[in-house]
Design a protein around this ligand. Structure first.
Ligand code: FMN
Length: 433
C-alpha cells in the first residue's frame, strides 16, 4: 500500500513545470499522486505529461466527455490524505479563500476534508497585494498550511519575494505534515482541527472574525524570529548549551501568525513544539543559526532575536570523543561565535525593524540599553531572569520593553502568550513612528 495519497493541484503560473519534480519526489517517497490542473495550467504544461507519469487520467474539466468519472470532484477529493497545490496562483488562493467552486480544482477543495498545503508563486507585487495577504490569512485561519515563497529573481526579471520554494523543501514539508498527522493518529480532517482551535470561542471571537477586525494588524509583515538555545559541540558526544526552552519565542511566533503576519522561525534546541502556520528552519549551533538567519533575512520586515545564542564555542571539536586519560582537570579553549543580532542590524535594508531580547541577572535595564545602542537595535525586551515568574522554561514572564526613542514599558508577570501580544503591540507602535 502507498504511504500517502496526494492530490496534486497545478495552477496557471510560470512555475507549473516544477510540479513535475514535486510529483516525482512524492512518488519516490512512496506516495500515490493524482493530479488535477486548472485550464490555465494547461497553457504552461500538458496534462499528458502527468498522465504518462501517474498512469491516471488528469482532470482539468470534469464536464469534459472524456472524463471517466461522472462525480470526479467528490471521488477525487475524498480519496486523498493531502491536497497539495504547486504552484498556487494568486487567483486560486482568492477562490479557495472565498469558497468559489467554478472548476474542478476549486470544487475539489470545497468537497474535501483532507489537509491542504499551498505553495504560492507569483510576482512580488501580486504577493504583497493586501487582497492576496488577506486571502492567505483567511485560509490560514481555516487550517490551510502554506509553504511560503522565497526571495529571488522572478520570471518577470524583477527580484523580490514570490519565487516558489525549492521543490525538495515543499515535499519535505508535505511529508512531515502527513507524518505528524499520522503519528498523532488524528483524523487528518482540517475542519476538525479548525473547530478544535475555535472551541470555547464565540463566533465573534473566531479567528476569521478577528482577522477581519483589529487582529489582522500584522498583515503584510514578514517576521523572522530566532527561538530556543544553541548547542556548541565539544566533541561528538558533549556540548555547551543553556536553559532556553523556546516558549517565549514560539509564543511571539504564534501571536504574530494569528495577527496575519508571515512568520519564519529559526529554531535552535527547544523543549516545546512549534506553533502551527509558521515556517520552521533548524539552526542548532550559533553558526548554523547565523547562516539560516542570513538566508531568510531578505524576506523579512521584522527581525526578532529571542534565541539564547551561545557567545562562545569550543575552538576545536575533535571528530572523536575526548578521553579522560587520568587527567584531574581539563581546559577548553573558547572562541567567539558570530553575533547574529549585530550582523542583522548591520545588514538591514530599509524598513527592517530589529528587536533583541536581553536576559540578565543584575542591572538589567542598564545592560539592555547598552545592548540596544551597541547593536543598533530598535527595541529590546529585557528580562531579569531571577524574578519570580520570569525566565527560562516558565509559562509566564516579567519584562521591560525599551525602545530606541527612550520609552520604557514595564510588563508585570503574565502568561508568555499574552506578553507576546504586548511585544507585538510595541512593534506596531514603532512601525507607525
Ligand atoms: C505568462 C504568464 C505567467 C503567469 N504567471 C503567474 C504566476 O506565476 N503566478 C500567478 O499568480 N499568476 C500568474 N499568471 C496569471 C494567471 O495565469 C491568471 O491569474 C490565471 O487566471 C490563473 O488561473 P488559475 O488560477 O485558474 O490557474 C500568469 C499569466 C501569464 C500569461
Amino acid at each position: 500500500m502507498s504511504k500517502f495519497r496526494i492530490g496534486l493541484g497545478v495552477t496557471g503560473g510560470i512555475a507549473a513545470y516544477k510540479a513535475i519534480e514535486v510529483m516525482r519526489l512524492l512518488q519516490k517517497a512512496g506516495c500515490e499522486v493524482s493530479v488535477a490542473m486548472t485550464r490555465h495550467a494547461t497553457e504552461f504544461i500538458k496534462p499528458l505529461t502527468f498522465r504518462a507519469l501517474t498512469d491516471q487520467y488528469v482532470i482539468v474539466d470534469d464536464y469534459d466527455p472524456a472524463n471517466p468519472d461522472p462525480i470526479a470532484h467528490i471521488n477525487f477529493s475524498q480519496n486523498i490524505d493531502l491536497l497539495l497545490i504547486v504552484p498556487a496562483t494568486a487567483n486560486i488562493i482568492a477562490k479557495f479563500a472565498n469558497g468559489v467552486a467554478d472548476d474542478f480544482l476549486t470544487s475539489t477543495y470545497l468537497a474535501s476534508t483532507a489537509r491542504v498545503m499551498i505553495a504560492p508563486a507569483m510576482n512580488t507585487t501580486m504577493w504583497e497585494q493586501p487582497a492576496t495577504q488577506r486571502n492567505i490569512a483567511l485560509l490560514k485561519a481555516d487550517g490551510v498550511r502554506f509553504v511560503e515563497p522565497v526571495a529571488g529573481e522572478l520570471a518577470c526579471k524583477t527580484v523580490g519575494t514570490g519565487k516558489l520554494e525549492d521543490v525538495e523543501n515543499i515535499v519535505s514539508q508535505a511529508l512531515s505534515l502527513l507524518e505528524t498527522t499520522d503519528n498523532r493518529q488524528q483524523t487528518g480532517d482540517r475542519r476538525q482541527e479548525t473547530r478544535d482551535k475555535n472551541q470555547g470561542t464565540s463566533p465573534s471571537e473566531s479567528p476569521v472574525s478577528s482577522l477581519l477586525s483589529h487582529d489582522s494588524d500584522l498583515l503584510g509583515e514578514h517576521i523572522l524570529i530566532t527561538v530556543g538555545g544553541t548547542r556548541e559541540a565539544i566533541d561528538p558526544v558533549r556540548f555547551i548549551s543553556n536553559h532556553s526552552s523556546g516558549k517565549m519565542g514560539f509564543a511571539v511566533a504564534e501571536a504574530a501568525a494569528a495577527r496575519g503576519a508571515d512568520v519564519t522561525v529559526v529554531s535552535g534546541v527547544t523543549s516545546v513544539e512549534p506553533p502551527e502556520n509558521v515556517k520552521v528552519v533548524r539552526g542548532i549551533s550559533a553558526k548554523e543559526m547565523h547562516e539560516a538567519v542570513m538566508k531568510e533575512l531578505p524576506n523579512a520586515t521584522v527581525f526578532i532575536g529571542s534565541a539564547a545564542v551561545a557567545d562562545y564555542r569550543p575552538a576545536n571539536a575533535p571528530a572523536e570523543k575526548i578521553k579522560k586519560d587520568g587527567k584531574e582537570t581539563m581546559s577548553l579553549e573558547l572562541v567567539k561565535t558570530p553575533d547574529i543580532l549585530a550582523d542583522v542590524s548591520k545588514n538591514r535594508t530599509n524598513g527592517l525593524l530589529v528587536i533583541g531580547f536581553a536576559a540578565e541577572t543584575s542591572d538589567v535595564i542598564e545592560y539592555a540599553r547598552s545592548k540596544m545602542e551597541k547593536k543598533g537595535l530598535d527595541m529590546v525586551v529585557a528580562n531579569d531572569i531571577t524574578k519570580d515568574g520570569a525566565g527560562f522554561n516558565t509559562d509566564t514572564n516579567v519584562a521591560t520593553i525599551i525602545t530606541k526613542n527612550g520609552s520604557e514599558t514595564d510588563l508585570p508577570k503574565m502568561p508568555k502568550r499574552e506578553m507576546a501580544d504586548r511585544i507585538l503591540d510595541e512593534i506596531i507602535r514603532l512601525r507607525k513612528e
